[in-house]
Design a protein around this ligand. Structure first.
Ligand code: S3P
Length: 166
């Protein structure tokens, strides 16, 4: 059993995967993403899984992916944006170095580019993201030991993050 050097949380479009990958390169450690773990485990994209089976089976697989990665991974770990909604995940995160990668709804919308990749925001991504930020913002901040803004290019954000972690 080991523990991630850093766990990244934040809204869809906050840059957890892109910035996290660059941060891992800077730190010389591996990068892991729970959305990708779920996708490898079930052989389809998260978007397909949610569309075909609904949100509940996805959340169950996500909970298992998070637990496994927190136990196995020693590099940078990015969690899917909604993973923090699970109370057991919230409890586990208390024992880790958790960074909230923050952004604003308009930037997040521009980054994710519409609804196709995020079916849970499908009806109205703009309104969905605004609501998501309103509800989850306080939760992300409460669970994190540090909040870092992901503004600018991914490389700039990764540098800002690396400096904040020193
Ligand atoms: C979700 C965020 C997505 C993905 C799924 C649900 C959410 O991950 O897990 O579409 O509820 O916020 P990203 O935060 O990596 O986009």
């Amino acid at each position: 059993m080991t523990a991630p050097a850093v766990v990244l949380i934040g809204a869809p479009g906050s840059g957890k995967t892109t910035v996290g990958t660059l941060l891992a390169e800077r730190l010389g450690v591996g990068f892991r993403d729970t959305d990708q773990d779920v996708e490898h485990g079930c052989g389809m994209s998260v978007a397909e899984l949610v569309r075909l089976r609904g949100e509940a089976p996805f959340r169950e697989l996500e909970r298992i992916a998070v637990r496994t990665a927190l136990d196995e991974h020693d590099g940078v770990l990015a969690l899917g944006g909604g993973a923090v909604l699970d109370p057991s995940t919230q409890r586990l995160l208390a024992a880790h170095r958790v960074v909230h990668l923050s952004t604003d709804p308009a930037t997040a919308l521009a980054r994710i580019g519409g609804a196709a990749s995020r079916p849970l925001l499908a009806d109205d991504p703009e309104r969905g993201l605004r609501e998501l930020f309103r509800v989850r913002g306080p939760l992300y901040r409460r669970l994190a030991t540090l909040t870092v803004d992901s503004a600018g290019t991914p490389a700039q954000a990764a540098l800002r993050l690396a400096l904040a972690l020193e």
